[in-house]
Each structure stands twice: as C-alpha cells, then as structure tokens.
Design a protein around this ligand. Structure first.
Ligand code: COA
Length: 169
C-alpha cells in the first residue's frame, strides 16, 4: 500500500475520531471507556499544535486517514520538558503493513529535530504488537506496573518503554 505521512489538519479530524473511538470501544490500547466527539478531537489537535507538538497522519492513495501518531508533555514539572509521551494508532483494517513503524519513524525524526531527549511509551502489557514495534525501533523496557488500570472487567498492567534520542542539553 502506498501512503503519505503529513501534518494533520481539520479535514483529518473525522478519520482520527473514527480510529480513536474504535480503539476506545474495542481495545486496551487506550484505557478510556467513553466515546468522544469531533469537538474533542479538534480541541486536542489545536492544543497539540499550539504547544508546538506534531500530530502526524498517514493518508492512503485516496487521501483517507489510515493512521496517526503524536506526542505531548509527559510530566508538567519543568525538569521533564525534554521528555515526551507518544501514541500511535493504525486503522484496524490497515494493521500489519508497516504503517505503525513508518509513523513512528517520522515522529522520532520530529522529536530529534525539536531537540527532545527521551520518548516514553506507556503500553498495556499484553499489547505484543506495540511492544515488538517499539523494540524494533530501539525502545527499551524501563518499567512494569501490575494492575494499575481496569477496563473490560479486568485489571490491566502497564509497560513503560523509552528511547533516548540523544539531545545533550
Ligand atoms: C500497534 C500498531 C500501531 C502497530 O502498527 P502496524 O502498522 O500494525 O505495525 P506492523 O505493520 O509493524 O505490524 C505489527 C504486528 O502486527 C501483525 N499483524 C499482521 N496483520 C495484522 C492485523 N490484521 N491486525 C493486527 N496485527 C497484524 C504484524 O505481523 C506485526 O507482527 P510482528 O510484531 O510479530 O511482526 C497497531 O497494531 C495499532 O494501531 N494497534 C491498536 C492501537 C495500539 O495498540 N497502539 C499502540 C498503543 S501503545
């Protein structure tokens, strides 16, 4: 499949919304249980963009949103300013074709260009597709937190992974 990775704009919001709500309804990739509306995703895009953070979308040949990735503040205390936490989502019918890795490579390039030092991923511990994707990109596991979340009637464990990008100061 051919696809382009570009900065997200207003026209991408319905596609982002559909992928997000599908993950809320059907996966433990995100631990929310409440579906959101277009205004919620617009506010998120505006907030990320205003803060100087990237929101990248992958478009297929028809211009449809088939995935997105972004990062934002990890912790608000000043000393954490060069560390970000990211997320990456691929539309359910487009997984397994390398879109996730391509989005992540593009996001890592943006983070390096922004002189960030560390990227953090917080991943549900049974999400092996995501854990393997991050391992292949050089992320290492730095934390395991048993039973810190709950969804679909069961406790969820959280795995923290991180990539040191190398900004010196
Ligand atoms: C995790 C995710 C981003 C990976 O993106 P991707 O584009 O599918 O990545 P890849 O093409 O490298 O495939 C990942 C794995 O899924 C496997 N896969 C193949 N077909 C698949 C399908 N139809 N559905 C799901 N996974 C499939 C691939 O073989 C690969 O397995 P491997 O790690 O053993 O090689 C994507 O699965 C996704 O969006 N999942 C739901 C949201 C999520 O978990 N996000 C990460 C939160 S931390």
């Amino acid at each position: 499949m051919s696809f382009d990775i570009v900065n997200a704009g207003e026209a991408d919001l319905p596609g982002i919304l559909a992928i997000y709500n599908d993950a809320v309804q059907h996966t433990t990739a995100i631990w929310n249980e409440t579906l959101v509306d277009l205004a919620n995703r617009r506010a998120w895009l505006v907030e990320r963009t205003a803060a100087g953070f990237p929101v990248l979308v992958a478009h297929d040949a028809a211009g449809e949103v088939v995935g997105y990735a972004s990062y934002g503040t990890w912790r608000t205390i000043e000393g954490f300013r060069q560390t970000v936490e990211h997320s990456v989502y691929v539309r359910a019918d487009q997984r397994g074709q390398g879109l996730g890795p391509a989005l992540m490579q593009a996001l890592i390039e943006r983070a390096r260009a922004a002189n960030l030092h560390v990227m953090v991923a917080a991943i549900e511990s049974e999400n092996t597709a995501s854990i393997r994707l991050h391992q292949r990109l050089g992320f290492i596991t730095t934390g395991q937190m048993p039973q810190v979340g709950r969804k679909f009637g069961r406790w969820l464990d959280l795995t923290f992974m991180q990539l040191i990008l190398g900004a010196k100061e």
